[in-house]
Design a protein around this ligand. Structure first.
Ligand code: ATP
Length: 328
């Protein structure tokens, strides 16, 4: 028989994402609503290993729904990758009589959670929190919508200067494996070209397209490049290559970097985080283990963590076509 869950711990792990605070708040308040005890673990798995665990109540999470980052702090823990590290983490969970753990993070964090579950038969539930939107089994991850809006706002500003000087801007956005930010922000900000990790569009095709744009009367251009694009060149090398082969533009490179993680979460991310926090607590109460709560067609769903860790099959064909058509 599955033991009833009474004491739940929550942590944030991996890269921080706007909306993580809203997710923690939702977990804590769902525990309070259902008369469960909630514990916050500071600094992700590192804090779990070091015993940085404190009880949280509904008032501990006031005034955080609007704040970016994570008040529990996040960390990347080398020690948790070892059995000894996970043993210490498990010992600390037991020391506080914790029955289950909710992990808010990305695929690395879920891999660690799954190991903890398998090795110690310890109930875990994952909530997808990463700006990359690269998790299988959920339409959206917490933080992605905010990051998109941040990127679009930044590109709008860059466009002002690009058009004042006949410049071609290459703008690097986050996304090592997933082109979601690049594609959507690129379309939203009216980019001429978008390079993503999932498709190798080829540098020559990019050059041809930019030449056509010039002939069609464009005097400035924005090219959005995801970190993990397949051109085989980093963004600075790409800039130099284009400068060598395309006359008439001044090339500038802008790497947006960490600003993409910051800022107040969008309303969408706050609501998503609130839904998934409640969903995670309810899943544990229902005796669910080793699952991730996600959102599919606006509904909170549950998939095995193993499914969440599978390679995401995400067809971008429609968006690529829209990007091509609207950038003529
Ligand atoms: P993001 O998508 O923002 O990078 P993430 O959750 O994928 O988030 P990672 O740095 O990959 O971020 O993982 C977070 C933490 O999860 C790691 O620091 C480590 O402690 C733990 N972790 C990752 N992979 C493993 C693994 N194979 N075994 C055990 N623990 C792991």
């Amino acid at each position: 028989m599955i033991k009833k869950v009474k004491n739940i711990a929550v942590l944030t792990s991996g890269g921080d994402a706007p909306g993580m605070n809203a997710a923690i708040r939702s977990v804590v308040r769902a525990c309070s609503y259902y008369n469960l005890n909630c514990f916050g673990v500071y600094k992700g798995y590192e804090g779990l290993i070091n015993g940085e665990i404190e009880p949280l109540n509904a008032r501990s999470v006031r005034n955080i729904i609007n704040r970016g980052g994570t008040f529990l702090k996040s960390a990347r823990s080398k020690a948790f990758r070892t059995v000894e590290g996970r043993q210490k983490a498990h010992d600390n969970l037991k020391k506080h009589n914790i029955d289950a753990l909710i992990v808010i993070g990305g695929d690395g964090s879920f891999t660690g959670a799954l190991k903890l579950s398998k090795e110690f038969d310890f109930p875990v539930v994952g909530i997808p929190g990463t700006i990359d939107n690269d998790i299988n089994g959920t339409d959206y991850t917490i933080g992605y919508d905010t990051a998109l809006n941040t990127v679009v706002e930044a590109i709008d500003k860059i466009r002002d200067t690009a058009s004042s000087h006949n410049r071609l801007f290459l703008i690097e956005v986050m996304g090592r494996d997933a082109g979601d930010i690049a594609l959507n922000a690129g379309i939203g900000a009216g980019a001429e070209e978008i390079l993503i990790p999932e498709e190798d569009l080829g540098v020559e095709r990019l050059l041809d397209s930019l030449k056509r744009s010039k002939v069609s009367g464009k005097t400035s251009s924005i090219v959005v490049v995801a970190e993990g694009d397949k051109s085989g060149k980093n963004i600075f090398e790409l800039g130099e290559y284009i400068e060598e082969h395309l006359q008439g533009y001044e090339i500038r490179v802008s790497v947006l970097g960490h600003i993409q993680r910051g800022g107040a979460p969008s309303c969408y991310d706050r609501v998503l985080a609130s839904k998934l926090g409640v969903g995670a607590v309810e899943a544990l109460m229902d005796g669910k283990r080793e699952i991730m709560v996600g959102i599919v067609h606006k509904t909170v769903t549950q998939v095995p963590l193993t499914t969440a860790l599978e390679k995401r099959i995400h067809k971008h064909d429609q968006l690529i076509k829209v990007a091509d058509i609207t950038s003529v």
